[in-house]
Design a binder for this molecule. Sequence first.
Ligand SMILES: Cc1cc2nc3c(=O)[nH]c(=O)nc-3n(C[C@H](O)[C@H](O)[C@H](O)COP(=O)(O)O)c2cc1C
Length: 235
Amino acid sequence: MGKGGGCVVSKNKISKSSNSAKKSINVPSPIKNLKIFIVFYSMYGHVASLAKRMKKGVDSVDGVEGVLYRVPETLSEDVLVRMQAPPKDDSIPEISSPSELVNADGFLFGFPTRFGCMAAQMKALFDSTGLLWKEQRLAGKPAGFFVSTGSQGGGQETTAWTAITQLAHHGMLFVPIGYTFGAGMFDMDSVRGGSPYGAGVFAGNGSKEATETELALAEHQGKYMAGVVKNLVHG
Ligand SMILES: Cc1cc2nc3c(=O)[nH]c(=O)nc-3n(C[C@H](O)[C@H](O)[C@H](O)COP(=O)(O)O)c2cc1C
């Protein structure tokens, strides 16, 4: 095929053409704006703090945008009051229907642990994706996890890796962070959540907030995931 014969307009042709010709040439944008949905459940705010910082990491990559979503609460108001759960952050929208998930180019799912596995609120979202599963609408989409646990040994790793079954059945691609955070992964100076499976925070008895190291790992995961998604889509 000759110069300019394909869908890519040659640089010469654009720069030498007249103004009127320029107006008529519709130069296709080579970069699609990619969306990574950061979908999380957080009862006391620890997972939410990682999610917000993760968005910063995603947004730092050209052509990729992080979109925050909360998953709907499943507990009654009465139970939430007894658990001393603070009000939810209404500035972040709830995911209104599982069908919205098909609009994402990739996912970062965040959830606190419940007995070493994902919280039921997040599982309820996955359980509502039966129709998407039937048509394998999420197959091939990359996804990562981030978690919160109260204690060390409380499920930083099990909470993420037991969630992998959700991705496997959908044919989605699990994207762990491995040791891409570098030396920070070996830092023993302070108690730090997170693992090769994804970012994490230790909530302690609830009063401990995410440390800067935990937030930095979350930001790294967002940036890393954005790079992976970009490579998968654009090659
Ligand atoms: C029913 C229930 C079960 C929990 N199970 C565990 C557990 O197995 N291991 C652990 O470390 N923390 C456990 N926790 C503590 C939560 O993981 C902690 O509250 C959460 O990580 C805080 O995250 P959030 O602020 O985003 O809600 C549990 C909490 C509840 C309410």
